[in-house]
Design a protein around this ligand. Sequence first.
Ligand SMILES: NC(=O)c1ccc[n+]([C@@H]2O[C@H](COP(=O)([O-])OP(=O)(O)OC[C@H]3O[C@@H](n4cnc5c(N)ncnc54)[C@H](OP(=O)(O)O)[C@@H]3O)[C@@H](O)[C@H]2O)c1
Length: 288
Amino acid sequence: MKVAFLGLGRMGAPMAAHVVRAGHDVTVWNRTSGKAGDLVELGATEARTVASAAAGAEVVVLMLFGPDAVRAVLEDVLDNAPGALVLDASTVGPDAAHEFAKASHARGLRYVDAPVAGSVKPATDGTLGVFLGGADADIAVARELALLWGDPDRVRHVGGVGSASALKLCVNQGLGIMAAGAGEALRLGRDLGIDQSVLLDVLSSTAYGWYLGQKRPMVEADDFAGTTFSVDLMAKDLELAVTSADSDLEVTRACLDQAKRTLAAGHSGEDYAAITGHLAGEGEANGH
Ligand SMILES: NC(=O)c1ccc[n+]([C@@H]2O[C@H](COP(=O)([O-])OP(=O)(O)OC[C@H]3O[C@@H](n4cnc5c(N)ncnc54)[C@H](OP(=O)(O)O)[C@@H]3O)[C@@H](O)[C@H]2O)c1
């Protein structure tokens, strides 16, 4: 297939590599240049513009920051890839997925939302979970691509357009709660005089175990520079969750506030575990 892959960030680059290795004719594009070197070595072509990347593509894969980033490229995709399938792997939320599907359909293209679960290592290993939202007729091609970066047991057609994006927000809501909750658990322990490493040992065998299994080294080192999933992305996803729900998600909103405070404290670009570190450290200066 002739595939355009737009967005070569932490996730996009390894996902695009699977598509190239599978032998497809792949053109890649990234807003900031200098990220396509490894992919070009593998056999991809680098385009300088969205329009030239999308030109004549049968499938246009998007792996961008969020809805605004997709809005920034979509028009040029729609103008240059007649009849193509837009496979949007970005986490954009259900409202934006519907908006992008409508725009695509109006111009004779097809749209499937295909957000992923799992981070950089599963993206590199080709073992991501992939949720597919779209019309039955579009799913065969979407699945063929998704299987290149997804675990066959975890590539799932959820329903119509938007359903996959809705499910993805539920997944990340849990991660946001976990990051914020772990931070307050650590602060509670500190306030009550419990040694942090004892506390981390014990919390690691509780509901926080999965999260601390990944993030404990960062939390203990108080160093969140080894980003896999950034605080910025977590804030975006919690905001999407809060604004997508019909009801007031008070707990999620509180976690969103903490993610924003973590960003304001200078942790932009760092791993979302910085939310835990930021919350754990609050009040320290007050002598606790
Ligand atoms: N990281 C994870 O663990 C993970 C897991 C599951 C899902 N996701 C989702 O996957 C998507 C990508 O995540 P990531 O970790 O790869 O993010 P990332 O490393 O921050 O990369 C973001 C990508 O979006 C591009 N971008 C941002 N704003 C743009 C704009 N206005 N116009 C065009 N391109 C723009 C960036 O281009 P530049 O290089 O020019 O900045 C970059 O290619 C996000 O929707 C995220 O929520 C991430």
